[in-house]
Design a protein around this ligand. Structure first.
Ligand code: CP
Length: 319
């Protein structure tokens, strides 16, 4: 009943979830509050919640995924929806079918929602503008990964006791090609977080300062003050040139290792959206240490995605 009451009073009216950029503080609060309810119910009860009963969700992934795809599937199952996962390499897209035709055909098959991941920035918005059913962006090129940023911020909110004010987050790594970094910058700025970007200048251009963040090339200075250090892997699949001499040099100069851990503030914690390249951007022992909340992020991904899916369904279908 608590979910019904919450939804009756919610002001959310977005059919799609494309980016964190346009979200209002009220939108963010509604996602987090509904995710709180779903997270508590996931802990207490193994039963399914009937909030998307009879609905069909199609996962349309044109790029590999472990966490995002599985979390969306689990979220849909938990909400009692039927889930179909289309693997792009085994779909008719390899025969030349366009993204729009593929998605229109899935809609014609009476799907109620599409979750899409694609290597092209703008792919999710392109579909959202052309489909009647809700579209959720599970990552589009280097542009956006909104549910990742939402689960990251939800995890920080738990650790911060709900208060983001004056908190400092350093995002370290390949910012240039990272949809996770952009989505987190848009979201965390709204929440009042002070953000520092760090990494090699080739992957962290000064232009990012226009987003209202600090750019710092001095690693000890970038991490010393942080409440959170979020590591990002090198996105080799999006890079068309060499941005640094070698992986071992990157690890030596910009990796968060045991030695640099001593520079972190007491209580500072480590985040990573995954997949981790252990020993490159993050030391393996640190990834598994008490400072790490990486697996909390993954767990929170289910409740946050349940909330996003349910709110978008309500906006479209009124239920
Ligand atoms: N964080 C993330 O998007 O991981 P996957 O690529 O495994 O989905």
């Amino acid at each position: 009943m608590i979910v019904e009451d919450f939804l009756k009073n919610a002001s959310w009216n977005r059919k799609d979830m494309i980016s964190t950029q346009p979200l209002s503080l009220k939108d963010i609060d509604e996602i987090f509050s509904l995710a709180d309810i779903f997270k508590a119910s996931l802990k207490d009860d193994k039963a399914k919640l009937p909030y998307m009963k009879g609905r069909v969700v199609v996962n349309l992934f044109f790029e590999p995924s472990t966490r995002t795809r599985t979390a969306f599937e689990m979220a849909a199952h938990k909400l009692d929806a039927d889930v179909i996962s289309v693997v792009a390499s085994a779909s008719s897209s390899v025969k030349g079918e366009t993204l729009k035709d593929t998605a229109k055909n899935i809609q014609a098959l009476m799907a109620d929602m599409i979750i899409v991941r694609h290597s092209c920035s703008g792919a999710a918005k392109y579909l959202a503008d052309r489909l009647d059913i809700p579209v959720i962006n599970a990552g589009d090129g280097a542009h956006a990964h909104p549910t990742q940023a939402l689960l990251d911020a939800f995890t920080m909110r738990e650790k911060f006791g709900g208060n983001f004010k004056e908190k400092k987050v350093t995002i370290l790594g390949d910012i240039l090609f990272s949809r996770v970094a952009r989505s987190n910058i848009w979201l965390l700025k709204k929440l009042g977080v002070e953000i520092t970007l760090a990494g090699p200048s080739t992957l962290v251009p000064k232009e990012f300062e226009k987003m209202g963040v600090k750019v710092c090339y001095d690693l000890p200075a970038a991490i010393a003050d942080a409440d959170v250090v979020m590591l990002l892997r090198i996105q080799h699949e999006r890079q068309r040139a060499a941005y640094f001499p070698s992986i071992s040099e990157y690890a030596r100069v910009f990796g968060l290792n045991q030695r640099r851990q001593s520079l972190l503030k007491e209580g500072a914690f480590i985040m990573h959206p995954g997949p981790i390249n252990r020993g490159v951007e993050l030391d393996s022992l640190l990834a598994d240490s008490d400072r790490s909340v990486i697996l909390n992020q993954v767990t929170n991904g289910v409740a946050v995605r349940m909330a996003v899916m349910k709110l978008c369904m309500k906006a479209k279908y009124g239920e």
